[in-house]
Every structure is written in structure tokens, then in C-alpha cells.
Design a protein around this ligand. Structure first.
Ligand SMILES: [Zn+2]
Length: 259
């Protein structure tokens, strides 16, 4: 379709009016969201707010990936699911909530653990990927697929009272990747369990980080502002402080230096 052509009806213009009126956003920004496809992997504490904000904002197409089912112990922080969804697949449960908020969103659910080959195929051509998983093995797999497909990756993690978020805009040749930050073999050897189920998590901590993932995804899609590209933001919820660490592409990285 020709650029700048308005495809929204009056109802949609009203729904998104508070975004459309923003400087640097406008109908063009809304159209970019409408045309976007975001893949969210992990529909838990981080994926819940990320998916809610992206669907409500008007992202046209979402792919939700989660093989897990909703458990009673998830509901304290995984706010896209409700008590009636206990036992349901998380992607399917999330789809119901999202369609209730924004029925015009196209939502594709995947309820299984993906191989690298399957990930490559799913994220190919996506506007960006949100990694909202809770383990190193999944993060490395997602990173490898994003590097291969040149798709921007918004990665976050949270545990107890702290979290972190970074953006790897792998559309750019000079972008670092997740494996530049953490060596894959280091994580393989680590016996440390970093999951929330083992260590606990304060609910709004994942709320903050997951919302920021949605924010960064929107900025990437609409090309506004400055993203966390090649920067790691570390959040200390108890002190309410943020630290930023600059990331550089590792020229010897076993993942992105070979692409
Ligand atoms: Zn790398």
C-alpha cells in the first residue's frame, strides 16, 4: 500500500487517538504498529505485560509461544491469566485476554517447545522478538535464531527484587548479541537455577521489565527515540535504581561473528 495512506476507520482512530496525537508518532506510527508482527516467547511474568501493552497499542499481529500451562502459583505476577484459566495452555489463555481487549489483533498461538529450525521459521520476517523466557537455554536458542534472521531482539530477565533488559537490534551489522554478553558455555556449566519458581519474584518487578519490553518493541517498530540498543539496563527494585552498562559486539562471539 502507498505510504501514508490512512487505513483506519473512525472507531480505530478514536481507540488509538492518545497515541496518534503524540509528536513523532501520528497516524504513520499507528500504521507501522498495525503492519507489525511481534513474536513473544514466554507468556509468564514478563510476557504478560508485554503482550497486553502490544495488543492494546494496536500491534496488528502477535505470535505467542509457550508450552506451559497456567498454574495457581503463576497468578501472583502473570497478569494476563486469570483464575478460570488454571490448567489451560498459557498462549491460549493469553489469546483470550488479548482478544477481549483488542478483538482486531491477529494472534497465533504455539503451545510447544521449539527447535532452532522452527524458531528460525517463525521469526523470519518478524518486526521484533520479545524474549520473555526464564532460562539460559531458551535465551541462547532465541538469540541464535534472531542473529540468523537479522531480527531485533528485546531481552529481559527478572528475579527476586531485580531485573535487566537490553535490545539487540540485529538488523544492524554492528549490533552485539546475547552471546556477546553471556558466553553460551558459561551458562551450560552453571548449575545455578535462576528461575522465579526457585528463587521468588516480587510481582511488579516483572511488570516494570515486561512493560519496558513492550516500550522498546514499539520504539523499534516505529523508529522513534533511542532504544536500549547495545546497552544493558539493570534494575534494583529495593533501592529503585537503574544502572546502565554499555555493550560492545564481541568480535570473537561464537554466534554473531560468524553470521
Ligand atoms: Zn554476539
Amino acid at each position: 500500500m502507498p505510504k501514508n495512506e490512512i487505513t483506519f476507520n473512525d472507531e480505530q482512530l478514536l481507540r488509538y487517538s492518545r497515541q496518534i496525537m503524540l509528536p513523532h508518532f501520528g497516524v504513520e506510527g499507528q500504521q507501522q504498529l498495525q503492519d507489525a508482527h511481534v513474536v513473544i516467547i514466554g507468556i509468564g511474568g514478563l510476557g504478560s505485560p508485554a503482550a497486553l501493552y502490544l495488543a492494546a497499542s494496536g500491534v496488528g499481529s502477535l505470535t505467542l509461544v509457550d508450552f506451559d500451562n497456567v498454574d495457581n502459583s503463576n497468578l501472583q505476577r502473570q497478569i494476563i491469566h486469570n483464575t478460570g484459566n488454571i490448567g489451560d495452555n498459557k498462549a491460549a489463555s493469553a489469546k483470550k485476554t488479548l482478544l477481549a481487549i483488542n478483538p482486531e489483533t491477529t494472534i497465533n498461538c504455539i503451545d510447544k517447545k521449539l527447535t532452532l529450525e522452527e524458531l528460525n521459521s517463525i521469526i523470519s520476517g518478524a518486526s521484533c522478538v520479545i524474549d520473555a523466557t526464564d532460562n539460559f537455554a531458551a535465551r541462547f536458542l532465541i538469540n541464535r535464531a534472531c542473529v540468523k534472521q537479522h531480527v531485533a531482539l528485546v531481552s529481559a530477565a527478572a528475579i527476586q527484587y531485580q531485573g535487566q533488559i537490553c535490545v539487540f537490534d540485529l538488523r544492524l551489522e554492528n549490533s552485539a548479541c546475547y552471546a556477546c554478553l553471556y558466553a553460551e558455555e558459561q551458562a551450560d556449566n552453571s548449575q545455578e537455577n535462576t528461575s522465579c519458581s526457585e528463587n521468588g519474584i516480587l510481582a511488579p518487578v516483572v511488570g516494570v521489565l515486561g512493560s519496558m519490553q513492550a516500550l522498546e518493541a514499539i520504539k523499534l517498530i516505529c523508529n522513534i527515540g533511542e532504544t536500549l540498543q547495545n546497552r544493558l539496563f539493570i534494575f534494583d527494585a529495593l533501592a529503585l535504581q537503574w544502572r546502565t552498562i554499555k555493550l560492545n559486539k564481541d568480535p570473537k562471539c561464537q554466534v554473531c561473528s560468524l553470521r
